[in-house]
Design a protein around this ligand. Structure first.
Ligand code: A3P
Length: 299
């Protein structure tokens, strides 16, 4: 990379402990405003541990609500502006809170990567509908590693082996994957407006998962509309679509890796060594004790 290209990117941020979770400044600098955010009853919140399929579900929801009524959105507004990232704040971009507050559409669709204990209380008070998307830990860590390499404001990922260790220790942005998926799974037992989905199910049966999502929302799109949405949210379509593939997002170096990278279940097999896999599985057993929460690492 030449000197000028390097100059385009801001310095990578440092991780620090924030109320027991590893965070960076770009997700904590507007903390007060995030915590006092005023949710509306019809707001829809998409929650994920990073790289679990946030953009995929964001795109589906945006199409379901606005694909027919505001088709101009599809060609003019990138998904990261349609669906604000609540806790994000990095100049010169608008903060996620500002973006969400400025949305003039209804419902507002908002995304967050916050663990359950950090969700602004107004979302619970307003009984907002929440989607949680989870992805198996092995594919999740691989995707996160490549993302951290290419998003130049992320903490330096280092090499794969050390990254994998840090992921297992929860020393990556948004902390422990294990705590995240378990915390939200537990929440499902007491908060009925939470729809917990899996990336692997979405991959295996996108149509079926869109049907479930629609019934949770009380939407009944026509057969034609559903077919159209199914086509537009296919990995290959989203990868080509400049409004979905983050190609215009600053601070990403697409020469290192793509945002729409592979979109597969099982890519971890191309990254984990046998020894890494054994160590990971052993550690996983100790951390994932709830037999009702099961992930698939292949389909
Ligand atoms: P990979 O890095 O494994 O390819 P997020 O949106 O939460 O950041 O997640 C990004 C991951 O979801 C990336 O995974 C990306 O390729 C994948 N993804 C995005 N859109 C997808 C789609 N339509 N179908 C399958 N995977 C998709």
């Amino acid at each position: 990379m030449c000197f000028l290209q390097q100059m385009e990117f801001p310095p990578r941020q440092e991780l620090f402990d924030f109320h027991g979770v590893s965070m960076t400044q770009y997700v904590t600098s507007t903390w007060e405003r995030v915590q006092t955010f005023k949710a509306r009853p019809d707001d829809i919140l998409i929650v994920t541990y990073p790289k679990a399929g946030t953009t995929w579900v964001s795109y589906i929801l945006d199409l379901l609500y606005f694909g027919q009524t505001s088709p101009e959105r599809l060609t003019s507004i990138p998904i990261y502006d349609r669906v604000p990232f609540l806790e994000f704040s990095h100049l010169p971009m608008h903060s996620g809170v500002e973006q969400a507050e400025n949305l003039s559409i209804s419902p507002r669709i908002i995304k967050t990567h916050l663990p359950v204990q950090f969700i602004p209380k107004s979302f619970w008070e307003q009984n907002c509908k929440i989607f949680y998307v989870a992805r198996n830990a092995k594919d999740n860590v691989v995707s996160y590693f490549h993302f951290d390499r290419m998003l130049m404001i992320q903490p330096d990922p280092g090499d794969w082996n050390s990254y994998l260790k840090r992921f297992m220790e929860g020393k990556v942005l948004f902390g422990s994957w294990y705590d995240h998926v378990n915390g939200w799974w537990k929440k499902k037992q007491t908060y009925s407006n939470l729809h917990y989905m899996f990336y692997e199910d979405m991959t295996e049966d996108t149509e079926g998962e869109i049907d479930k999502l629609c019934s949770f929302l009380g939407l009944s799109p026509s057969v034609e509309e559903k077919k159209q949405i199914r086509g537009e949210v296919h990995f290959d379509s989203m990868k080509k679509n400049n409004m979905a593939n983050y190609s215009s997002f600053p601070t990403m170096d697409f020469k290192i890796s793509k945002f729409m990278r592979k979109g597969k279940v099982g890519d971890w097999k191309n990254h984990f060594t046998v020894a890494q896999n054994e160590e990971f599985d052993e550690d996983y057993k100790n951390k994932m004790k709830d037999p009702t929460l099961q992930f698939r690492t292949e389909i």
